[in-house]
Write a protein that binds this ligand. Sequence first.
Ligand code: GUN
Ligand code: ZN
Length: 445
Amino acid sequence: MISAIRGSVLSFRSSPFEAPESEYLYYEEDGLVVMEDGKISKIGPATQLLSELERSVVVTHYKHSLIMPGFIDCHVHYPQTEIIGAYGKQLIDWLNKYTFVAEQKFGDKAHASLTAELFLKEALSVGTTTASVFCTVEPASVDAFFEQSVKFGMRNIAGKVLMDRNAPYALLDTAQTGYDQSKKLIEKWHGKDRCLYSVTPRFAPTSSPEQMEMTGALWQESPGTYLQSHISENLDEIEWVKSLFPDASGYLDVYEKFGQIGPRAIYGHGVHLCEAELQRLHESGTSLAHCPTSNFFLGSGLFSVEEAKREDRPVRVGLATDLGAGTSFSQLSTMGEAYKAAQLKGYSLSAFHAFYLATRGAAEALYLEDQVGSIEKGMEADLVVLDLKATRLMAHRLNYADTLHEILFVLMTLADPRTVKSTYIGGKLVADRNITTGQMEFHTV
Ligand code: GUN
Ligand code: ZN
């Protein structure tokens, strides 16, 4: 099945943190993206490619629009959808008061399925096509998530949370049951359709050394799987980790000692990492998920993108919502907040850098850059179409934007979800905004 979409096309060929604009940026003002069997088969100037297309191919023309790779959310908790915006103190308090209460409902498969479906629809509505997702300790929460993910044909990464201490009894597994359940889920889901499994120790404080040991071993013996967790998000959390693992030289060292760093390991936050830890992340190919809305919401601190991407030892960094501590599904909003976090650190994050962190950069952080995150021949056809005249304010403001950079910067600053017109998964239109009602309509594959 061949189809094509026409409009302005934006994508990244490499990293703006490491290459000049002439190398990293792909922009075609009147471009065409041809999709065939789920992948991108051609991309280029519309006038040239249209003449090569068979007459039978349906071409959807998006005027005053920007076609981009779908956004990638590197770190998010679907079961926390129901506690977004829960008022209170900082991380540990918030976990105990809200998170651990909400997550206890996910042994109920029906509740998990409903939440997973709603979560994925919200993600698709704002143009997110791939995410690295924490489920709960219950295997049913993983089944529910992947079943919904398959329905939409998405490339998602997810896993069962591992916790055998410092959480309510109902949310605990043991080192052995956590290992066994995760292994079964890997066999069931890793590589099925576009699903990828992530071994998911919540964070060092909620796993005993025995569980940490078995978790590292499981990840090492399961080729191609991911590992996701949290690191150095909050100062009290860091002190707690020191007291729980007194022999480790630092937070990252805890994970390293248990074989949990390397390519396809991705850690949320890393707000308070030291230079030696950033160096070690770089050397080992371990990634960080930058979660600015969450860091602001929980008062965790300010992540420095500039520091993490330092040219002599760049760390792989992707942008992430970290819902429910994060406050928006939208990666456009998250980019706007990343800009503000950087500003408070004395650094101005350009729109090109921000859009890269939510697309190709995020794909690189997840070692998926050969499959998703950019628009190139052979890549999976996961795309978002942004309507630059979606709202009166947007249309008015963009009348006064002269350059591509200005347009992108306005998009991430105003970040109106109505900007997202259509989301394509594997070349198929799965979310489309009805121009009469303004509502998103969904199609499963
Ligand atoms: N650290 C451990 N668990 C969590 C969580 O669910 N959210 C956030 N933001 N940090 C965590
Ligand atoms: Zn998180």
